[in-house]
Design a protein around this ligand. Structure first.
Ligand code: SF4
Length: 264
């Protein structure tokens, strides 16, 4: 099934975290463009590894496409895709444009790589929800798990996350993905999370098709327990405890390209 002609919009997708979400890919590059090349990435290997912002999709083109979307029931409009949304220099303009024509909650899923930049924080502050990645406690682990573009450091990213959280009026969620290279780092990552003080923490492992194996329910339960102890007072959700809502994308191919495939 599919509605031809959608280049920048995909889904709706069912998420254990956010209900039915209509996806927006503000980069939508033919070759995957990201500031990280995470070992577990569920949308493929990064082809263009960059930390340079630029306009990939004209704002008017995205808004035009959004106006043609069929009347489907959704809970949230989510910026994500097969790359890093904050690489789009017009992210803030896009969020403003969507607010003019839609009333749903707007979220951005970001790897937080550029959150040390004031312009990126200003763009993200326009969203209702920001879901930011934090998979590493040390620079070595950051390199091993996220394979970042040169010069990015976990120290600077955590500094940017702290500054952002202090001023942000919306809901900030930190998302930690656990795979083999960071399986023993729960305490270190939880301490960093605590210093940022998000509204919620998600402890995850890749359950969709990924180059690496997910951690099992028992190991994830142990990791979640560590987070709940260290970050007491902050709600901690974890993938194996949540139920998924069902949803049928209006274009399966474009959705899988942005989101990865479900495991068999
Ligand atoms: S998981 Fe996200 S941040 Fe990591 S390489 Fe894939 S798209 Fe980029």
């Amino acid at each position: 099934m599919g509605f031809p002609g959608y280049q920048y919009i995909y889904g709706p997708v069912a998420s254990w975290r956010y209900g039915r979400s209509l996806g927006i890919d503000p980069v939508s590059a033919a070759k995957k463009t990201c500031s990280f090349d995470c070992v577990y990435c569920q949308v493929g290997k990064t082809v263009l590894l960059t930390d340079q912002r630029s306009v990939f999709v004209p704002t008017e083109a995205l808004i035009g496409e959004l106006q043609r979307v069929p009347p489907v029931e959704i809970d949230q409009i989510t910026f994500a895709g097969n790359g890093e949304p904050t690489l789009a220099a017009n992210l803030g303009e896009m969020i403003r444009g969507i607010r003019n024509i839609r009333s749903e909650r707007i979220a951005v899923i970001t790897n937080a790589s550029l959150i040390w930049r004031p312009d990126v924080r200003e763009d993200l502050a326009l969203a209702d929800v920001v879901i930011a990645k934090l998979d590493a406690a040390t620079e070595t682990m950051f390199g091993d798990v996220n394979h970042p573009a040169a010069k990015l450091t976990i120290e600077e990213i955590c500094g940017g996350l702290r500054v952002f959280k202090k001023k942000f009026k919306g809901r900030m969620v930190l998302q930690a993905m656990f795979v083999s290279p960071n399986r023993d780092a729960a305490a270190g990552i939880a301490k960093r999370a605590l210093s940022i003080g998000p509204d919620e923490i998600e402890v995850n492992t890749p359950l969709r098709v990924s180059p690496v194996k997910p951690l099992g329910p028992e190991e994830m339960a142990g990791i979640t327990k560590i987070f709940r102890e260290i970050c007491a007072g902050i709600p901690v959700k974890t993938v194996y405890e949540e139920e998924r809502k069902k949803s049928e994308p209006f274009c399966r191919e474009s959705t899988e390209r942005r989101r990865g495939k479900e495991s068999a």
